[in-house]
Ligand binder design. Sequence first.
Ligand SMILES: *Cc1c(COP(=O)(O)O)cnc(C)c1O
Length: 383
Amino acid sequence: MNFIDLEAQLNIKLEGDKTLRNIIDLNISRVLNHTKFICGPEVNQLENDLAHFIDVKNCVAVSSGTDALLISLMALDINQGDEVITTPFSFISTVEVLLLLKAKPVFVDIDPKTFNIDPKKIEEKINENTKAIIPVSLYGQTADLKAINLIAEKYKIPVIEDAAQSFGAMHHNKFSCSQTTIATTSFFPSKPLGCYGDGGAIFTNNDSLADRVRRISKHGQTKRYIHSEIGINGRLDTIQAAILTPKLKLFEKEIFLRNEIAKRYENKFDKLGYSNSFYPFIENFNKSVFAQYTIRVKNRFKVQEFLKSKGIPTAIHYPCLLNEQEILSDSNTEKIKKNSENLIFAKEASKEVLSLPFSPYLKEIDQDLIVEKVHEANLMFNF
Ligand SMILES: *Cc1c(COP(=O)(O)O)cnc(C)c1O
């Protein structure tokens, strides 16, 4: 059993008799024929398709989810000493890009039900140095963007949604990536919409911000060899765009399947007497894409070992909080550390979360085994 089954998708029929794999092969061949490996027509096509899918005015395809965050912060002029409010419970990228720009992360605890930043605890951290808020939409469910936007509007600070795990999710009936000043996603292979290498995208309804993002992602170039500002080499490869375009066609169906598979997990766990403090809790105004299907257990390492011995792979997202990472441990960051007290729910979550195998194509027979063994582990290790 795979933790995420990336192979099953390739065999899905997409157009008549043609599988996704057939179409990707054809698309890659087309790129090899026209040889526009950088900024080829497929990139533009993908940007249009993504913007249309999400219903946002502008999409800029970039080299990764991490670069998408970095470019967005640069486009918003986040500089040395600026404070940026975010969650301690995320992948390293969220804080790494802040440290690259010498900005200061200010961590706010999570809501223990959703694992996302708790909007009620944001306002007390805002001061005159606060220059942005980065909510992360973890495990495929958006943070409470509506509540966060209200606070941001009051203080006139931009919101960057880190939607690396939530592309395709909905919040109050609108897509993730469409509801904040700017939003970033990742097409890392195991994300809900993945390419076959590194890739990402940036979304915004603000045209001048989009222009800036586009420029920064291409060496700050205004015309060929004319550079008006510092940028990075942050473009998406043409081949990755040629892979993503057909995968996007399949994606709506996959969002449906992801929710079906999650429902199936939930029904099975319900029958055994578990509740949504154990399996994922989804707010009634949200629709998740289940980038991960994450449960909470005590004695996690014993549970994980037991499941492994039964052939069931699991993962931990994430065992260490961002404020505990060594990159924050030098003397300059003492203040950040002080600011990181009271991250109680995040700390608890980092000790208890365990992600189970999940993909739109997870077989019911495998799912039955997973649920059975998780339950057995509970009887043994009492979580
Ligand atoms: C995966 C991920 C990223 C980084 O995306 P890459 O494409 O791997 O650079 C950033 N933030 C979160 C929350 C992620 O899960």
